[in-house]
Design a protein around this ligand. Structure first.
Ligand code: NAD
Ligand code: UFG
Length: 349
């Protein structure tokens, strides 16, 4: 079986490529390195000892994508390629709609043309917005609160229409909760540009002494210790969830949505304590105002993925912290992707 992986050089993409190769799949990776580095793919080869085909292209470029389908026998696609920064999407909504929507439309059109009807799509817990009831199940009301989240919500709708139009389609929409951690080898991990927005990369850069202190956004939430609660999921568990979802669509048709989380929430203070304990580091912090748009608690109802995919996330937050730290300590500058980002910034001008 040969699987096309779009955005395969990114954080979740690299971890999924490793698990796909180790499960015996052939992979064909496409990425434009808008937020990643060729070095990440070298490391996937190094970890697995396996090689694979790679094409540097923008998924919005239909003719380049068609050439990949024309040259390769492809059985299914996993679509990670997209932009994911909530704040940036508020500042540049058109850029987010262009990048996330057009790339998905192009991919689905080319897949249809080449008779490939099996797709796993990266969605997000952010589509739930502030629904209030926790944990959230796949049937909870959706209502994303940022342009980024709305791209995911709209793509989900498009995929539902597509699946309804032709019974050959088998589509899995995976709503990720909060991915964290890194591969055990310490060779691949999350590689944010500039100052991180998300808790785990920020926390690890404070522990490494690259940033002075962590600001905890809000100490007065209606949670046991007043700080925000999230469902952190180890990126390797997440990657394995893709393998299960893929296995299911290869055998069946129709569209299914799955939450991928652990079902357990941890507060910011709990994450700091777990990180300090797992790594023997110290993380200075101070309390700051709530971050606009944040909700108090986000936690997944994971029963559907367990029942239908036979999948659960087994790795605990201590393991996420240890693995994040190994990656951070071994790669203080990440993959050094400044040149690619400079090129992307130029392209946007
Ligand atoms: P990432 O930025 O590390 O990876 C995305 C990859 O896609 C990058 O390698 C980037 O260069 C590539 N890419 C972007 N636009 C492209 C295009 N038009 N053509 C070709 N390549 C393109 O992000 P990630 O954390 O690995 O996220 C993967 C997917 O999961 C994204 O769709 C994201 O929205 C979704 N997701 C991520 C999180 C998270 O917290 N990391 C949570 C929920 C959902
Ligand atoms: N937090 C801090 N300080 C920081 C960063 C975060 O206190 O410097 C807190 C937040 O207030 C929140 C928690 O840590 O309570 C987690 O915040 P993250 O930014 O790590 O994650 P979010 O839950 O806000 O959002 C992330 C992604 C979204 C995605 C969502 C669900 O940014 O794109 O997870 O998958 F949709």
């Amino acid at each position: 079986m040969a699987i096309l992986v779009t955005g395969g050089a990114g954080y979740i993409g690299t971890h999924t490529c490793v698990e796909l190769l180790e499960a015996g799949y052939d992979i064909i990776v496409v990425d434009n390195f808008a937020n990643s580095s060729p070095e990440a793919l070298n490391r996937v080869k190094e970890i697995t000892g396996k090689s694979f085909r790679f094409y540097q292209l923008d998924v919005r470029d239909r003719s380049a994508l068609e050439a990949v389908f024309a040259r390769n026998q492809i059985d299914a696609a996993i679509h990670f390629a997209g932009l994911k920064a909530v704040g940036e999407s508020v500042r540049s909504p058109l850029w987010y709609y262009e990048m996330n929507m057009i790339s998905t439309l192009a991919l689905c059109e080319v897949m249809s043309k080449y008779g490939v009807h099996k797709l796993v799509f990266s969605s997000s817990a952010t589509v739930y917005g502030a629904s209030g009831d926790m944990p959230v199940s796949e049937n909870s009301p959706i209502g994303a609160s940022s342009p980024y989240g709305r791209t995911k919500q709209m793509i989900e709708q498009i995929l539902q229409d597509l699946a309804a139009s032709n019974p050959e389609w088998g589509i899995s929409i995976l709503r990720y909760f909060n991915p964290a951690g890194a591969h055990k080898s310490g060779r691949i991990g999350e590689n944010p540009s500039g100052t991180p927005n998300n808790l785990m990369p920020y926390l690890s850069q404070v522990a490494a002494g690259r940033l002075e202190e962590l600001s905890i956004y809000g100490s007065d939430y209606p949670t046991p210790d007043g700080t925000g609660i999230r469902d952190y999921i180890h990126v390797v568990d997440l990657a394995l969830g893709h393998i299960r979802a893929l296995g299911r669509i290869l055998d069946s048709s129709g569209l299914n949505i799955y939450n991928l989380g652990t079902g357990r929430g941890s507060s910011v203070l709990e994450m700091i304590a777990a990180f300090e304990k797992a790594t023997g580091t110290h993380v200075p912090y101070r309390f700051a105002a709530r971050r606009p748009g944040d909700i108090a608690v986000s936690c997944a109802d994971i029963r559907k993925a367990r029942q239908e995919l036979g999948w659960t996330a087994d790795r605990c937050i201590e393991e996420m912290c240890e693995d994040t730290w190994r990656w951070q300590a071994n790669n203080p500058e990440g993959y050094d992707i400044h040149e690619n980002r400079f090129m992307t910034a130029l392209l946007k001008m």
